[in-house]
Design a protein around this ligand. Structure first.
Ligand code: IPM
Ligand code: MG
Length: 350
């Protein structure tokens, strides 16, 4: 189990410490951790947010455990050097096209959600976000119009093979859950979405047991707060998935609770919380490490087929929340390390 540990910026460093303590606690055989710089930390040390050394390590490893990137002091760098390009570059270089973002209510903790408890309690969904295409990776730039006005542009595009490969992952995920798939797009306005919908429809007959529905993204955003329990697997593109997954996290209770797995064709994956580096609270020891810890659980499940330990971690986190050990993001006062302590204690108690 060779793992590239890329803690990155801001709270990434703090939460990674706790995730590694949890992994350590499990006594996994053959665990080999290699650390490398990424993001602003890497830019400051090596002049690039994704140094070749880091990329090579990520390529060689069986899995990448990723904290966060983001550094407001470096926001004025040109796009290729911006710290966000590190995570985008890793996703692209490793061809991790499928981003799994599960969102599930924690039993007894419905009050943590901004939604009414009976509505929040029904949340159990999986957002399947396409991760290496769309407007994120299309041609982009800034130019001058004929009238001499500054203009920014970003091209949104998906070819049919990109749509098909993520659609297959989504249909298969739906088969393993409650067999309901909702594909989210903006086909009433966007050509990209019109093709998306067509390709998904063409693939649907291969999965006759899955009930497929299409939904416009604006409606999906509304339905996500009106009745999130209606969703099981949500298939969508890169941009819409980015937005809807932040929204889903607050429906559960906090962005500090949601983990993600980014997968390609093989078992290699990159595992990261869906939140960012949170510079406003970095260095204070108050970040919630749960999303990072849950990302490590997803790593065990998806890259190492270790469902037992993945579930152990997930249950430990749920138990700690049920014990009311709540971080600042959830209105509690538990520190980063206290939350880590509590999860480790649950694990050692079996
Ligand atoms: C995410 C983040 C990233 C994204 C940023 C940091 C580039 O918001 O993983 O959701 O937009 O994909
Ligand atoms: Mg995001």
């Amino acid at each position: 189990m060779h793992i590239a540990v890329l803690a990155g910026d801001g709270i990434g460093q703090e939460i990674m410490v706790e995730a590694l303590r949890v992994l350590d606690m499990l006594d996994l055989p053959d665990l080999k951790l290699d650390h490398a710089d990424v993001g602003g930390v890497a830019y400051r040390a090596h002049g690039h947010p994704l140094p070749a050394e880091t990329l090579n390590l990520a390529k060689a490893a069986d899995a990448v455990l990723f904290g966060a990137v983001g550094d407001p002091e470096l926001d004025s760098l040109r796009r290729e050097l911006r710290v966000e390009s590190a995570v985008l570059g890793l996703r692209k270089e490793l061809q991790l096209f499928a981003n799994l973002r599960p969102a599930k209510a924690f039993a007894g903790l419905e009050r943590l959600s901004g939604l009414k408890p009976e509505i929040a309690g029904a949340i159990d969904l999986l957002i399947l976000r396409e991760l290496i295409g769309d407007i994120y990776f299309g041609e982009k730039g800034q130019r001058e119009t004929e009238e001499g006005l500054r203009e920014g542009y970003d091209i949104m595009a998906y070819d049919e093979s990109e749509i098909a490969r993520i659609a297959h992952v989504a249909f298969k995920a739906a088969q393993g859950r409650s067999k309901k798939l909702c594909s989210v797009d903006k086909a009433n306005v966007l050509q990209t979405s019109a093709l998306w919908r067509k390709v998904v429809d063409e693939i649907a007959p291969e999965y006759p047991d899955v009930e497929l529905e299409h939904m416009y993204v604006d409606n999906a955003a509304m339905q996500m707060v009106r009745n999130p329990g209606q969703f099981d697997v949500v298939l969508t593109g890169n941009l819409f998935g980015d937005i809807l997954s932040d929204q889903a996290s607050m429906c559960v209770g906090s962005i500090g609770l949601l983990a993600s797995a980014s997968l390609g064709e093989g078992t290699k994956g990159l595992y990261e919380p869906i939140h960012g580096s949170a510079p406003d609270i970095a260095g204070q020891g108050i970040a919630n490490p749960m999303a990072m810890i849950l990302s490590a659980a997803m790593m065990l499940r998806h890259s190492f087929a270790d469902e037992d330990n993945a579930l152990r971690i997930e249950n430990a986190v749920a138990d700690v929340l049920a014990d009311n050990v709540l971080g600042h993001d959830l209105g509690g006062s538990a520190s980063t390390s206290e939350i880590g302590d509590a999860v480790v204690a649950k694990l050692s108690a079996g």
